[in-house]
Ligand binder design. Structure first.
Ligand SMILES: [Zn+2]
Length: 279
């Protein structure tokens, strides 16, 4: 059994052939966690998980979907076409959604994304502030529900680390979680590991040099993911759409980098995902 801990089969990119992709996933013995990015995609993730045995779901609001007048963001086409971005985070509504299905195994993806930013220092600070508030609220929700978190963090190491650390030192966030799509340095990785987090490794390892982290990171702290439809491994044609079965390439690549066999990496990452998400 392989577990793709981060997929987006709920996205528009699969509207034409979603059931066929899911069938291939089932036939290959791949279990996936389908991850929401806002209320609508979270609800779709829950529905997909309810209908398909090999799919679990995570619900949450990605920082890019925060409603703001500070800058204009465009929705990624693979995610949901050109519908307008911007949602006020509604704690109770998300909490109800999490409670509506036993297959909700995490809160995510949530976090901080400082890649897109408004012009001007004051506006930048306001935007960061809003992201931090909503991230913190969702960490509190994870604690309320006793679920782990799937963290998205981009160009925001210090704030992400400090917020996670303060949640943990306040005796909250028992279940910890995963730093999805890890791209930082080994020093940064170690700080997350110290907090009890796992690293989520995906096709970004073909683009960014995270070899030092992969070599040094203990095998019991790594989970694998595709982040499909994005980040297709080059073995499948990097311009093609990604899908959960391609997670095997990530396992092979980690095995090559660490000098382990495919089965050793498969076994360890599956155990880690089972333990973290209670699957
Ligand atoms: Zn994602």
């Amino acid at each position: 059994m392989i577990i793709d801990t981060h997929s987006h089969l709920n996205f528009k990119a699969y509207d034409a052939d979603r059931q066929e992709v899911i069938k291939r996933t089932q036939q290959a013995g791949v279990i996936c966690i389908d991850v929401g990015t806002k209320y609508e995609t979270s609800k779709n993730a829950v529905e997909l998980a309810e209908r398909n045995e090999n799919i679990y779901s995570a619900i949450g609001m990605h920082p890019i979907h925060i409603k703001t007048d500070l800058l204009k963001l465009k929705m990624d086409e693979g995610e949901g076409g050109f519908e307008p971005l911007g949602e006020e985070f509604d704690y109770d509504r998300y909490k109800q959604l999490a409670l509506s299905s036993k297959k909700v195994v995490a809160i995510g993806e949530i976090g901080l994304d400082y890649y897109y930013k408004p012009k001007g220092t004051a506006k930048k600070e306001l935007f960061k502030q809003k992201q931090k508030e909503i991230f913190t609220l969702q960490l509190k929700m994870a604690e309320d529900l006793n679920l782990p978190v799937i963290v998205h963090t981009r160009m925001a190491f210090d704030d992400t680390y400090n917020i996670l650390k303060s949640q943990i030192t306040n005796h909250k966030l028992q279940k910890k979680g995963v730093i999805h799509c890890f791209v930082g340095t080994w020093q940064e990785a170690q700080k997350y590991l110290e907090l009890g987090f796992y690293l989520g490794i995906n096709g970004v390892l073909y683009k960014q040099n995270i070899f030092e982290t992969i070599i040094n990171c203990p095998m019991n702290k790594i989970v694998v993911e595709t982040d499909c439809p994005y980040l297709t491994p080059p073995e499948e044609g990097k311009d093609n759409r990604n899908e959960p079965i391609f997670v095997k390439h990530i396992i092979q690549k980690i095995a090559d980098i660490k000098g382990l066999s495919f089965d050793e990496v498969l076994e360890a990452t599956t155990q880690n995902a089972k333990k973290l998400f209670g699957i």
